[in-house]
Design a binder for this molecule. Structure first.
Ligand SMILES: CC(C)(COP(=O)(O)OP(=O)(O)OC[C@H]1O[C@@H](n2cnc3c(N)ncnc32)[C@H](O)[C@@H]1OP(=O)(O)O)[C@@H](O)C(=O)NCCC(=O)NCCS
Length: 295
């Protein structure tokens, strides 16, 4: 449905407004209202990323609809390239079903054309039909797993606390000089990694000085889930595992492709629940989306 002209005239289309403190605050309020996510920790930590570009309709000082295009520096099959992730999508309830979100998506993607090699997003379950109407299709996502025979833990793992300025700074230093977690598919944006460090991975960041790396993992029963390894020189799994080992471990799952870990026979397993979707050709077949690629 088209918006009647007088209402439409009230909407200002804005992009690249992060330097405007009022507009940025309005965006943060919008995201908090739509997604229940408070970006303040990311912002105040100094990790707000200009590569995360908003396309928003404002009514006065209020964002009524918005879409962000996040240009990610990635490594795919050994080559550095770029992907566009669509994120921060929403329209205020009173403004829905008027074509605003689609218009912003098309505009953002048109601006980003020629700057990337593929488009993807992770949809909330309720938003999958909407993205379908906008030309996106689901893509299967995988994780990798391996069986382990427990080995004695060798010690030497230090838990970091992103709430402490010195730990946060150290994590960011690692993030800036990291190489890709995988040659097959890895993401390099340090500021996006810092988002995960401050939110989803906050209690799961460890440093292994012997291997000069950070590792993020969690354990449930006999399963060890490894979310990311942040290093200039990725250790082989055989070297890494003694630092993480527990007597109960039977299986390790990896939320990234394990080519650099030199596992003997990694298995692939479908991962459900994140609803990844793509538009057009995506350059990675049967992708293991790196955990820290999600914006
Ligand atoms: C999903 C959302 C962004 C859609 O915004 P919107 O401005 O209403 O979308 P549009 O009007 O541009 O819709 C484009 C098309 O999708 C359809 N559509 C919109 N919402 C839909 C829904 N929930 N289910 C099915 N189709 C939907 C529209 O009817 C339109 O279809 P058309 O091809 O017949 O014209 C909005 O409902 C929202 O903010 N939801 C809550 C937050 C959310 O889910 N964000 C995405 C998280 S990944």
């Amino acid at each position: 449905m088209d918006i009647p002209e007088p209402e439409r005239i009230c909407l200002d289309l804005r992009t690249e407004y992060w330097d405007d403190a009022r507009a940025r605050a309005a965006f943060k309020t919008f995201i908090s209202n739509i997604h229940g996510l408070d970006f303040s920790a990311w912002d105040e930590g100094g990790f707000w990323d200009p590569a995360y570009t908003p396309f928003s309709f404002f009514r006065g000082d209020t964002v009524v609809s918005s879409v962000c295009i996040y240009l990610l520096d990635v490594v795919i099959n050994g080559e550095k390239t770029c992907l566009a992730q669509i994120s921060g999508v929403g329209t205020l309830p009173g403004w829905r079903r008027r074509g605003l979100s689609r218009e912003l998506t098309e505009l953002g993607l048109a601006r980003a054309r020629n700057k990337h090699n593929g488009i993807f997003l992770f949809a909330d379950a309720d938003a999958v039909p909407y993205y379908g109407r906008c030309g996106f299709s689901p893509i299967d996502e995988f994780i990798e797993t391996t069986q382990v025979t427990p080995v004695p833990n060798c010690g030497g793992l230090i838990k970091l606390d992103p709430g402490l300025p010195q730990d946060l700074e150290m994590i960011h230093e690692y993030a800036k000089r990291r190489t890709s977690v995988s040659d097959r598919f890895g993401v390099l944006n340090d500021k996006l990694l810092m988002f995960h460090v401050l939110y989803r991975l906050r209690d799961r960041i460890y440093r292994i000085p012997d291997l000069d790396c950070l590792v993020s993992y969690a354990r449930t029963g006999d399963k060890l889930s490894v979310f990311d390894i942040v290093a200039e020189n990725m250790p082989r799994f055989e070297k890494l595992y003694p630092y993480l080992a527990s007597a109960d471990d039977r299986i390790v799952e990896f939320h990234f492709s394990t080519d650099k870990l030199e596992l003997l026979k990694p298995q692939r397993k479908p991962l459900t629940g994140n609803n990844p979707m793509i538009r057009g050709v995506f350059p990675v077949e049967a992708p293991v989306f790196p955990y820290s690629s999600r914006a």
